[in-house]
Design a protein around this ligand. Structure first.
Ligand code: ATP
Ligand code: MG
Length: 261
């Protein structure tokens, strides 16, 4: 992991107006993300995680503050980053294969190379035998895996993931988390992962941004200092679980050692 920040997030504020009522969703969000780092944004439903991720990706603009990617201000979605949306974003009229190939159409590949790359990632998510089906013929978890394959196939510099494993069963979730770790290590991809799942945040990320609600703020940044791959049942893993549960007031006891920010 390099020390130079790939992403700089400066003083972000965001509010929405619904029925003449303005609600501040994000308040003064500030942090940097290093190249090759995996950041988890963890918080309760409605605290502003998707809003923050969408601002980082250039899909929505903040009311105040800015985001820099590789030193350039983000004002619209760019080619170097890929967003894996919470609602999968599959095109219903395209087959599984064609959905995964979609992201590769702007890249300089022959149709054979495109197909091979799409198949490699479909294989990774265990859907190599479903390539000719359409999204409506798949379960929710399968649709989510197609969306994951499509995002990964682009092999982006920055991968923005909004609850990517939410609809998957435990086995698929654990498998895909491990695949993501391998891809991240091999390609040095920088990842911002939005999740509700404390274990997932600890398993995958280098730093967990714990968000508070109304307004959404970074309540605490927790650096996870355990080598990867991590043992979900290990003592150090439990230590971080407890520390983060404490942040959400979900644990009765204080963690045994000091916070590591
Ligand atoms: N386009 C919009 N217009 C108006 N209000 C919005 C809009 N998008 C989000 N909000 C509001 O902003 C708040 C934060 O929404 P956001 O989707 O960022 O939350 P979240 O943390 O991703 O929640 P979840 O975990 O349920 O996905 C919510 O109160 C939501 O109602
Ligand atoms: Mg969300």
């Amino acid at each position: 992991m390099s020390d130079t920040p790939l992403i700089q997030i400066n003083n972000l504020d965001k509010s929405y107006t619904n029925n003449n009522k303005t609600v501040q969703v994000l308040n003064n969000i500030n942090f940097d993300i290093k190249k090759g780092e995996t950041i988890a944004i963890l918080g309760q439903s409605g605290c502003g995680k998707s809003t923050l991720l969408n601002i980082i990706g250039g899909f929505i603009t903040a009311n105040y503050g800015n985001v820099y990617f590789d030193g350039e201000e983000v004002i619209r979605p760019g080619r170097k980053s890929v967003m894996l949306f919470q609602n999968y974003g599959l095109l219903p009229w395209r087959s599984v294969m064609k959905n995964v190939e979609l992201g590769l159409e702007g890249i300089n590949l022959t149709s054979k190379q495109r197909r091979e790359r799409a198949l490699r990632y479909l294989n990774m998510v265990g859907l190599e035998d479903k390539t000719d089906l359409f999204p409506r013929q798949l379960s929710g978890g399968m649709q989510q895996r197609v969306a994951i394959a499509r995002a990964l196939a682009i092999e982006p510099k920055l991968l923005l993931m909004d609850e990517p494993f939410g609809a998957l069963d435990t086995f698929n979730r654990y498998n895909l988390q491990d695949e993501l770790l391998k891809i991240q290590e091999k390609a040095e991809t920088t990842i911002v992962l939005v999740t509700h799942d404390i274990d997932e945040a600890i398993y995958l990320s280098d730093r967990v941004m714990v968000m508070s609600k109304e307004p959404g703020e970074i309540q605490r940044a927790v650096k996870i200092e355990i080598g990867k791959p991590r043992d979900r049942s290990g003592d150090d893993f439990q230590y971080y679980r407890k520390l983060i549960l404490n942040e959400f007031h979900l644990s009765g006891t204080k963690p045994p050692i000091e916070y590591n920010i």
